[in-house]
Every structure is written in structure tokens, then in C-alpha cells.
Design a binder for this molecule. Structure first.
Ligand code: FAD
Length: 145
């Protein structure tokens, strides 16, 4: 029987130096590693960066998603990792993305900044559903572009 599928959403604060080149190379390393691990673990999802914060959706088998989140929580490249949601799902929102990265275009950045500003960038006031819906919409837009 297939393992039941879950969606995890979290929010964290960037600890990578603000130097643009250093940040870009760190993100590239994180994405490379994530895509290898996530493909192995049947995890899909998206990572968003803006205004000094990360938000990420991970979806896949519960044990694999939990193990990935354990590793992610221990990573010193970010901190204040706050779990926003962990819920069973019947289907994936990011079936084609081992780990998509969002937040590079002006429109994407503005949309995320809007959510952050409405909560004072306080992770405890962000909703997992809100972050998931934003990332899913941005992923659909990106795939259509
Ligand atoms: P290895 O690659 O062998 O790493 C061993 C240890 O070294 C880990 O503890 C790792 O955290 C640390 N490490 C490696 N490189 C660096 C570095 N340049 N600076 C500081 N510490 C380092 N991983 C996933 O598998 N899936 C994801 O979706 C995912 N998303 C992430 C999102 C964010 C915002 C961040 C910051 C990290 C993410 N990671 C993700 C990476 C995750 O935190 C672990 O680094 C990774 O899963 C470890 O892979 P590994 O077990 O193969 O260990």
C-alpha cells in the first residue's frame, strides 16, 4: 500500500551573508542538494525567498518529509524555523518540482512581501494555508510563462 502523503509548510529567517554573490552560490548549493535528496525521497515542493525569510512547502510520504524537515531544522544557513502546517493530502500541488525556487521576479517578490508585511514578518502569525496557496499560484504562473 502506498504510504500516506503529507504536506509540510514552514517559515524561517535567512542566516546567509547578504553579499549577493555569496547568497546566490549558497542558494544554488541548497537547491542542488535538495533536488537530489527530494527526488530520492519522492518529495516535491517549492522554496520561496524574500525579505530575509524563507518559506517552503514539502510534500511526500510522511516519514520522508519528517526526515527532510529534521535536516532542514539543523541547517545553520537559516534559523527561527517555524512549522506552520503538517497535514495529510490526497494529491500533490507541485508534482513536477523536486524543489522549485520562487522569489526572483519583481511580481513574486511583491506578493510575498505583501504577506510578510501584513503579519509584521512574524512567523507565528503566518498561516500554512496562505503560504501554500501563494507558492502554488506562483508555481502555476511560472510553469505557464
Ligand atoms: P550533506 O550534504 O552531506 O551535509 C552534511 C551537513 O552539512 C548537514 O548538516 C548540512 O546542513 C551541512 N552543510 C552542508 N553544506 C553546508 C553549507 N554550505 N553551509 C552550512 N552547512 C552545510 N535539503 C533537502 O534534502 N531537501 C530540501 O527540500 C531542503 N530545503 C532546504 C531549504 C533551506 C532554506 C535550507 C537552508 C536548506 C534546505 N535543505 C534541504 C538542506 C538541508 O538543510 C540539509 O543541508 C541537507 O538535506 C543535508 O543533506 P545530506 O544529509 O545529504 O548531508
Amino acid at each position: 500500500m502506498a504510504a500516506s502523503m503529507y504536506r509540510l509548510v514552514y517559515y524561517s529567517r535567512n542566516h546567509i551573508a547578504h553579499d549577493q554573490a555569496l547568497f546566490a552560490s549558497n542558494i544554488q548549493k541548497i537547491l542542488e542538494k535538495s533536488r537530489i535528496n527530494n527526488q530520492r525521497d519522492e518529495i516535491t515542493g517549492a522554496l520561496l525567498f524574500n525579505a530575509g525569510c524563507f518559506a517552503q512547502v514539502l510534500e511526500g510520504p510522511l516519514d520522508k518529509v519528517e526526515a527532510a524537515f529534521e535536516r532542514i531544522q539543523q541547517d545553520e544557513r537559516h534559523g527561527d524555523v517555524s512549522l506552520l502546517a503538517l497535514d495529510p493530502i490526497s494529491r500533490r500541488s507541485f508534482p513536477n518540482w523536486a524543489m522549485g525556487f520562487i522569489g526572483t521576479s519583481d511580481i513574486q517578490a511583491k506578493r510575498f512581501a505583501g504577506i510578510g508585511a501584513s503579519t509584521g514578518f512574524d512567523p507565528s502569525r503566518l498561516s500554512g494555508d496562505e503560504i501554500h496557496a501563494l507558492l502554488r499560484d506562483l508555481a502555476i504562473e511560472e510553469e505557464a510563462a
